[in-house]
Design a protein around this ligand. Structure first.
Ligand code: NAP
Length: 259
């Protein structure tokens, strides 16, 4: 399918690995020039080089913590007048409801709610002035179905989802779409960290923990970054201009609901 976005310019945050990288690669495959970001410069530069070589697009790589104001300023300055924004950052640590204090919630809200909101506020005026823009936020299936050990994620991402629901409808008239992608379990470093957390909590080995987590998914496997990126690229396409404020679950059927 021709997505009609060749030559557009995208900022994909937190994208040296995992789901962010999957989105960056899927956009690059459509001929979109990229600004990518992560904290570790070495891994980021390696990803940038690999994407340039594979897809022959321009890739600017900015090493910065996207959850800080200074990090965002640096990334946004390099990004300039972008057409596409994909927000992403690492997820909060797992734990128990009784573990989390005010500062833990503030950190989670900063990373997974207030950072994407700040990024959207920065780029929306430029997109609206051009009459075209696409914003995709990587959130989590935990917004639809709580993951008990990820209470910080459940809380922060629900807040972001509420903000997007209203804002997407305020900016749609200017040709800008905002939607959220809700990943279930995908085979990335984050999945390894959560497999390890289960293995430690239950005193089982990591293979056993992965089997138990796979058994919660009707597909019987974790998702891939490529599958995830393909949906992101579609939401950024010309064809997706009528999709506004939606939350799209990519979870292999793990959330058991009729609608
Ligand atoms: P991942 O494989 O661990 O990759 C995270 C990427 O983000 C890396 O490139 C990392 O690079 C970068 N990053 C992390 N924190 C950053 C920060 N503060 N500033 C800039 N870059 C940052 O994780 P993932 O699986 O792709 O997950 C992406 C998001 O989806 C997370 O919020 C996660 O909680 C959520 N999610 C994932 C799953 C899953 O199963 N994979 C399921 C539901 C939700 P550096 O470390 O070098 O910064």
């Amino acid at each position: 399918m021709e997505l009609g976005i060749k030559g557009k310019r995208a900022l994909v945050c937190a994208s040296s690995k995992g789901l962010g990288r999957g989105c960056a690669e899927a956009l690059a495959a459509e001929g979109v020039n990229l600004v990518i970001n992560a904290r570790n410069d070495e891994a980021l530069q390696a990803t940038a080089e690999s994407i340039r070589n594979t897809y022959s697009v321009e890739v600017i790589a900015i090493a910065a913590d996207i959850t800080t104001e200074s990090g965002r300023e640096e990334v946004l300055a390099a990004a300039g007048n972008i057409d596409i924004l994909v927000t992403n950052a690492g997820g909060p640590p797992p734990g128990m409801w009784s573990d989390w204090e005010r500062e833990d919630f503030i950190a989670a809200l900063d990373a997974n709610m207030l950072s994407p909101i700040a990024l959207m506020k920065s780029v929306l005026p430029g997109m609206m002035a051009k009459g075209w823009g696409r914003i995709v936020n990587i959130t989590s299936m935990s917004v639809k179905a709580p993951i008990a050990v990820l209470g910080l994620s459940n809380s922060a991402r629900a807040g972001l989802t509420g903000y997007v629901a209203g804002t997407a409808r305020q900016v749609a008239h200017a040709g800008v779409t905002i939607n959220n992608l809700q990943p279930g379990i995908h085979a990335t470093d984050r999945a390894i960290a959560l497999d390890t957390a289960m293995s430690n909590a239950e005193g089982i080995d990591i293979i056993e923990a992965r089997k138990k987590r796979c058994a919660t998914i009707p597909t019987g496997r974790y998702g891939t970054s490529q599958e995830f990126g393909a949906m992101c690229a579609f939401l950024c396409s010309q064809n997706a201009g009528f999709i506004i404020g939606q939350n799209i679950l990519l979870d292999g059927g793990a959330v058991n609901s009729t609608m």
